[in-house]
Design a protein around this ligand. Structure first.
Ligand code: NAG
Ligand code: NAG
Length: 419
């Protein structure tokens, strides 16, 4: 890795971690960047923006800058509709930056170039939002609560890459865990934490877990990991999907289905899986009854999905989940707010989050790991072993020769509106 690149990463890790640390110490919210990824679905984008605007940003709001990363649609009507949606946004929390690519680059490249954090610019964490996602009114509180509870915990915090807003199901995920039917014919997923929703029948369920898979349907990423990820994929991102390395089955499972090994050329998540598994990283995931979460995916025809109504219907049933609202919080008797003045009606932390020492950790294959530092080091070792198996020319030290942000895009900055 080039010296300057390494230096930048170190500086970014320290500046970025400081921002979070300082906010936690001061009891103020952590500033965020919202990266909105869109291409040619104005109606979807409008729904996402409405949910961003309608969310609750606490009693003492912190800056949130919005970045639109628009791929070229090649259709003036579509562009005009998108521009109109963006111009009508009411956003008092920070500036809105809009960048539209002049040539179509596809989802993977658009995402890779959407955010280029460095120590001097953009050291705050970013929430990535693709246009068919919709947010819960409480998403920001969830993120802030998780950052406070987990992001500054020094024994395993270096391997935490961010916070997911979405709870995945166990099918069509990067690794297919499958499941079985219980005596009553009810499907029991073999990915343990997904069968242990918090407030479910099992006492082992908690409202959050750490899980070694990335999320692309609403998730916060830390800037130092995102910058390192961009370096890590310097060479991988140019390879055709069939040349990309294969993630192996777990050692004790000779037959398994790593679905991510079949994902195509537009998948940035496949690349993120290499980065996460080889570095032993994990994200915080919400784990509430009925897989309700802080973002949902509306599964609209686009890059990854066919136009076939049957297929879309099935996919929607699996991925369109309930968004957590205050009524649900009341029913579950949890505090869904970091508002200092909210007055805790019980002693539980917001969202009843498990402590940093006890939060359960699952690896990429959904196998339980020991909590805290012990689990973190187990994942790190597994990651090193995985990386050692890969052709050396593909990973590690690939300098970023071409920066995906140097693509001749148009920039537009819309100042924050006062309310
Ligand atoms: C946080 O406090 C503000 C101001 O008192 C209030 O409007 C908002 O509803 C509170 N948010 C939550 C999630 O309780
Ligand atoms: C551009 O998009 C509009 C709106 O979706 C559509 O009606 C029109 O056919 C598209 N034009 C071209 C040339 O594809």
């Amino acid at each position: 890795m080039a010296i300057t690149a390494t230096h930048m990463l170190c500086a970014l890790a320290s500046v970025g971690a400081n921002i979070i640390q300082q906010s936690v110490q001061d009891g103020t919210p952590v500033p965020l960047v919202a990266v909105v990824i869109a291409w040619n679905r104005p109606a979807s984008l409008a729904r996402l923006i409405r949910s961003l605007e309608a969310a609750d940003y606490g009693a003492a709001a912190a800056p949130i800058e919005i970045r639109f990363a628009l791929d070229a649609s090649g259709n003036q009507t579509v562009d005009d509709e998108i521009d109109q949606i963006i111009r009508s946004i009411r956003w008092p929390f920070g500036v809105v930056r809009v960048r539209r690519r002049l040539v179509h680059v596809g989802l993977k490249e658009n995402v890779l170039g959407a955010w280029t954090p460095s120590d001097e610019e953009d050291p705050a964490p970013a929430v990535f939002l693709e246009d068919d996602v919709e947010l819960s009114r409480l998403w920001w509180h969830w993120v802030q609560a998780c950052l406070r509870t987990y992001a500054t915990h020094d024994t395993w915090q270096q391997q935490l890459i961010g916070v997911s807003l979405f709870t995945p199901d166990n099918l069509n995920e990067p690794f297919e865990n499958g499941g079985s039917s219980d005596p009553n014919g009810k499907f029991v997923p073999s990915c343990e934490w997904q069968g242990l929703h918090w407030k479910g029948n099992s006492r082992k369920g908690t409202s959050a877990v750490l899980f070694g898979q990335p999320c692309s349907w609403g998730a916060v990423y830390f800037p130092w990991h995102w910058a390192a990820f961009r370096q890590f994929v310097g060479k991988l991102r140019h390879l055709p999907p069939e040349k990309l390395p294969k993630i192996p089955c777990p050692p004790d499972t000779p037959r398994c289905k790593v679905s991510a090994n079949h994902w195509g050329r537009n998948s940035w998540k496949r690349l993120m899986i290499y980065y996460m598994t080889m570095s032993g990283l994990y994200m915080v995931y919400p784990n509430f009854p009925g897989r309700a979460g802080f973002s949902t995916n509306h599964v609209e025809p686009g890059v990854h999905l066919s136009q076939d109504p049957q297929v879309l219907y099935g996919q929607r049933a699996r991925h369109r989940m309930k968004l957590i609202d205050l009524d649900m919080c009341r029913t579950w008797r949890i505090r869904c707010s970091i508002n200092e003045t909210a007055g805790a009606d019980n002693d539980l932390p917001p969202f009843s989050l498990p402590s940093a020492d006890s939060i359960q950790l699952y690896d990429f294959y959904c196998r339980v790991q020991p909590p805290a530092a012990e689990g973190a080091s187990a994942l790190r070792e597994a990651g090193r072993a995985l990386e050692a198996k890969l052709p050396s020319e593909m990973v590690g030290g690939a300098p970023v020769v071409d920066d995906p942000s140097n693509d001749g895009s148009e920039y537009l900055i819309i100042p924050a509106v006062s309310t």
